[in-house]
Design a protein around this ligand. Sequence first.
Ligand code: URP
Ligand code: ZN
Ligand code: ZN
Length: 517
Amino acid sequence: MAHLRSLILLLSISLWPLSGLSQFFDSEDGSSSKILIKGGTVVNADHQEVADVYVEDGIIVAVRPNIKVADDVTVLDATGKLVMPGGIDPHTHLAMEFMGTETIDNFFSGQAAALAGGTTMHIDFVIPVNGSLSKGYEAYVEKAKLSCMDYGFHMAITKWDDVVPKEMEIMVEKGINSFKFFLAYKGSLMISDELLLEGLKKCKSLGALAMVHAENGDAVFEGQKRMIELGITGPEGHALSRPPVLEGEATARAIRLAAFVNAPLYIVHVMSSDAMEEISRAQKSGQNVIGEPVVSGLVLDDSVLWDPDFITAAKFVMSPPIRAKGHGKVLQAALSTGILKLVGTDHCTFNSAQKSLGIDDFRKIPNGVNGIEERMHLVWDTMVESGQISATDYVRVTSTECAKLFNIYPRKGAIRAGSDADIIIFNPNSTFHISAHSHHSRSDTNVYEGRSGKGKVEVTIAGGRIVWENEELNVVPGSGKYISMPPFNYLYHGINKADEKYLTSLKAPVNRIKQSL
Ligand code: URP
Ligand code: ZN
Ligand code: ZN
């Protein structure tokens, strides 16, 4: 044990600013194999009831009123509080090499921040190395060795040749059931429509979910040139160079190409009403399109990009950009009516020094904002406290829908016997405060600086361990597990029948009698 402690200490010193260290070590190793959560309101996506929750060895064993336990069980009183599945963040970038630098949060600091905010699992995007999926995968397996909570992987596809589709098959065997295609970032991650079509077909044959970053990269490139020619080099140029119409166009294009091959589609970080409208239209026509808003798009507006202080403005630079006032409200409404299905963060943090890479040219500001720690609080405050969604809907959009889409439900995303013990105790009558001075990300800034609101994650249990209690983290690098995610999620049910119907509808080839002329 002493040996393990010194190892953790060594690791953490190299990973963490000293001020945060005390939060990671208390008298015990934090493992509490038997826990009883007493008297809370257990909220699942479909139902809520007052019940006790009994956990043993990382698994929920029972959910019912009045569970009696022996003395060796840690009892947590949840009277007057909500007991909910830990959040699952479908969209993060930890230890990502991007735009000439690497995100400041790695798999330890990013996950520790997540746990302090009630998120107990995330799905991170593996970026191929020179187009190689297997090399990218190996690199991320290494990065993820620091994990202190459960995680899964999506895989980006950045080129196409004979090897890539074969590697996609191997990735699915390794438990990756989703592939992301970037229609933006010309010259680095961006792919062509031809590649997207190949990718969509391959995803469909594998039962994997195709995900798209929807912005027209060629037009963005043109917009950037225009801004520079106009002498606009600051962060506002970022928003001006890639307006909502370019997000709407790419969203519509991806949706139509997915319809053309009858493949389900997931649009990541929906930031504008333009993109949301395209998703809604496709859904009304019966197409399986999932839209993922991110917290920044729901609660922020682009006025901050015009701040006279460069760092204050640059910290909000992400793609697609945070939009003008009005878009956020529209996205909230779409989330409340089910057009948008689940909330991610796109947590991709860079500190002030890194953001300063673009001091003379907004095109060089590393794109990305924080959110992994703030998501659960901000979604509650913005959506539930305002009366737009119920507590059960909150569980659905922050946890259950993600578990279902990535095919790990009910292991994740539910408080029920047999599920993993990833649980939060949430006090709806308490308040949260956000500041870079108190957050757990390694970034020196926070795009939600100074915000407070109603509701507070008081306890986080991950894999049956109490990892966040009394404002203290108790996390161990290496304790998080890789979650393998099988293909053929619910969007694939019935897809063969639709394909058969399509083939019959062709009434072709026509059997013609060949006559000699
Ligand atoms: O600005 C962003 N979104 N950075 C992360 C990369 C991506 O496009 O998701
Ligand atoms: Zn993206
Ligand atoms: Zn992203």
